[in-house]
Design a protein around this ligand. Structure first.
Ligand SMILES: NC(=O)c1ccc[n+]([C@@H]2O[C@H](COP(=O)([O-])OP(=O)(O)OC[C@H]3O[C@@H](n4cnc5c(N)ncnc54)[C@H](OP(=O)(O)O)[C@@H]3O)[C@@H](O)[C@H]2O)c1
Length: 322
């Protein structure tokens, strides 16, 4: 790729190697190649996968370039385009920019929308902060609810309900007519009810499976889990009624073991597609999906926001303003 041939530099949050602390760097403004657009980032969305990539989560599956600018989700304005690009200069775009192999990311003043990135024109009237918060959380939440085949009348337990993915999951499942039980610390219980949860369980009070069993002695039809590792998922799966389904975004499920017990297990592998992003936009429009921007921080504060994400207690989405 041509990078910074015009000599311009930009502010970015990047790492110099796997495991390094993300820091502010001045890096060359990338230049769009054929089919690509240079996007001036107005807002970037923070996801746990950002610090997981920094830790090396994808090191065996995807090539990386260093310094590596962090961030996949973003929204901004097309600043220049390469030959045959699908966008025009001045258009507002948002989506998931996968620049890892080239060291590019959205925690920067500029990034590149490659031809195969799931990046689209921003819907009329959508704010940049929401557009940056939506892509990963929205597409994942939709995939979770669809893979779970959630429908009216089901009893659905959502683990990690207060987070970036959990909140749209709670909303989508309850709008489909499911009776949702959401995990939440006390300060988030009302928020969960506003999203449509029928009941909440404070997961900090003890063993979540035992707490749910107290209010649902007959168990639940589905568990949508954004948190639990294999042992935790194994304990919670005991709540499932025959024919029930367990969906995990963190590879907590052993589908074969569940199948042997007459249950269905699905591990979600992040499936970004233009169609999925389009459907997320539609669902936001009808109110069937809601995504909450909890905080906006400056680019310089992004490393601290990443550290907070790692420590837990997310209350919705964090957006970074370069
Ligand atoms: N597979 C995929 O394709 C895919 C896609 C997107 C995300 N993910 C993964 O899915 C996970 C969730 O993502 P996210 O963006 O929603 O993260 P997030 O915004 O950080 O939210 C996580 C939520 O889980 C809650 N939580 C933590 N421990 C809990 C427990 N034991 N019981 C119940 N709730 C608990 C946290 O609140 P408290 O700390 O207050 O409890 C927080 O609200 C991340 O690990 C992410 O990497 C995977």
């Amino acid at each position: 790729m041509n990078t910074g041939e015009n000599g311009d530099v930009m502010r970015a949050i990047a790492i110099s190697e796997f495991g390094a602390t993300p820091v502010r760097m001045n890096l060359p403004v990338p230049e769009p190649g054929p089919g690509e657009a240079l996007v001036k980032i107005v807002a970037a969305g923070l996801n746990p996968v950002d610090w997981k990539i920094a830790d090396g989560m994808l090191k065996d599956t995807v090539p990386h370039s260093f310094p590596l600018v962090l961030g996949l989700d973003g929204a901004g304005v097309v600043a220049s385009v390469g030959e045959d690009a699908r966008f025009r200069v001045g258009e507002q775009v948002f989506g998931r920019f996968f620049g890892v192999p080239r060291g590019l990311g959205t925690y920067a003043e500029y990034t590149i929308a490659a031809a195969d990135d799931v990046v689209a024109r921003m819907p009329e009237g959508m704010l940049y902060s929401l557009a940056a918060a939506v892509p990963t959380a929205g597409m994942t939440a939709l995939a979770v609810v669809e893979e779970g085949r959630i429908e009216g009348g089901q009893s659905v337990l959502v683990i990690g309900a207060t987070g970036g993915v959990g909140q749209p999951v709670v909303r989508l499942a309850s709008r489909r007519g499911a009776m949702v039980i959401a995990t939440a610390r006390p300060d988030m219980a009302q928020r969960m009810r506003t999203l449509g949860a029928a009941e909440t369980v404070d997961h900090t009070r003890g063993d979540t499976a035992a707490l749910v069993r107290e209010i649902r002695p007959d168990g639940v039809d589905a568990i949508l889990d954004m948190v639990g590792d294999r042992p935790a998922a194994e304990r919670l799966a005991g709540l499932l009624r025959p024919g029930g389904v367990y969906v995990s975004t963190v590879w907590g499920v052993d589908p074969d073991a569940l199948e042997a017990r007459g249950l269905r297990g699905v591990n979600i592998s992040y499936p970004p597609t233009p169609e999925l992003l389009e459907r997320v936009v539609e669902l936001l429009g009808t109110g069937e999906m809601l995504i909450d921007v909890d905080e906006e921080v400056s680019l310089e504060d992004a490393p601290a926001a990443l550290a907070r994400s790692r420590a837990g207690r997310a209350r919705g989405k964090t957006v970074i303003r370069p």
